[in-house]
Design a protein around this ligand. Sequence first.
Ligand code: ATP
Ligand code: MG
Length: 448
Amino acid sequence: MESNVHLPKSVTDILERFTKAGYEIYIVGGAVRDVLMGRLVNDWDFTTNATPEQILKVIPDGFYDNTYGTVGLSCDDNLKPFEITTFRTEQGYSDSRHPDKITWGKTLEEDLERRDFTINALAFDKDLKVIDLFSGQKDIKEKQIKAVGDPNERFGEDALRMMRAVRIASELGFTIEKETFEAIKKNVPLINKIAKERVKDELFKLLKSPNPYEGMVLFRSTSLLNKILPEMEKCFGVEQKSPGRHHIYDVGNHLLMSLKNCKSEDPITRFATLVHDIGKPQTYRKLESGVITFYNHEMVSTRIAENIAERLRFSKKETDKFVTLVRWHQFTVDEHQTDNAIRRILRNVTPTYIEDMLALRVADRLGGGARETSWRLEEFKKRLIEVQKQPFSLKDLKINGKDVMNELNIPPSPKVGEILEKLFEEVVEKKVENTKEELLKKIKTISS
Ligand code: ATP
Ligand code: MG
């Protein structure tokens, strides 16, 4: 692998400015790996022997983030702000979480040594020569994720690295090298010490990646899944096959296959797809006839989804979407259903999430071995559009409670509401037109 590479001018400018000012400067981290692999880079990290104050003198338009001693610099290209960090060493991770202290390193070697995986511990120097102290290039060729140094020690320092290994492996289509893999299996319990926000972040990065399915399979084989989503692990081995019914997978594999077939790129929709049947193990019943039922499983799944959202510190908005998708995923698609039934689905799912709900349904079908769609589903989609054109709630009726009271000469009472409801249904079922005149006429027949 030669570094015959072409980098954005804003990147080479940084190398030049620091070099001219008399400092060492290197491109480090994922950017080097991605350049060498021919992948698109939009996230450039640099490391230097200059202190933060000295960095700011070289790039006065930079901004200083003092938690990590990193200087950020926005540039004109379509790139994330550059991050320029003084050489670091990290010592003593007594809680597998944060370094007890971050100290400035004196050399590039020290900085590269503290990085997680060999493929992430590569650097480009100012002349774009590759610096490869841990055979990272060999591991790129062999497509493997391998810890820098002793994997047990490294996961002991920061347990999130175990999730990073899985996420990066599935992003790149790599495997996890044997010793590193064994060390993950051994250190899995440490993941509980990690701040839930970091766990969520890493999980979402995986869900956003092109192959979240591969990542979930890896989570499972490393036993990380059992710690991160124990409710999901319980779904494996729960059979769904019934005489005369169509189910090719157990619950766990059905969920994985649904995720694999989810066409939405939204991580929440993907996550909801992954867990939509997660309540099935708790509702499993096998009848004498051999038929297996999961009565009320969507309610149990919803409760579990709420727990997961809380545990992983979802935002309110994320929780709302996640839980809504799981709660209503069991909607019926049937040519005999009334417009009212379709409207009820729309009201529950809300128009905002309806596209995501349909993506979940398609994934659910494909993940169960069915075809992507059916004429019923296509018909249903058309009717969804149709009913949205029709009056949607009582408020859209061309008469209101006052009109009803006047027309019948009655005082306010629940009856007024009942009459409005009836009129609404008649309009929905196209038995009467939604005009004031027609509705007033209709009131008499309804109330008598
Ligand atoms: P991506 O940007 O796709 O997430 P990346 O490899 O650039 O991949 P970052 O999270 O941006 O990952 O981190 C940048 C670099 O910092 C990594 O390449 C790695 O060298 C180092 N690094 C990040 N997190 C850790 C960690 N938990 N332990 C050790 N080194 C880390
Ligand atoms: Mg990065």
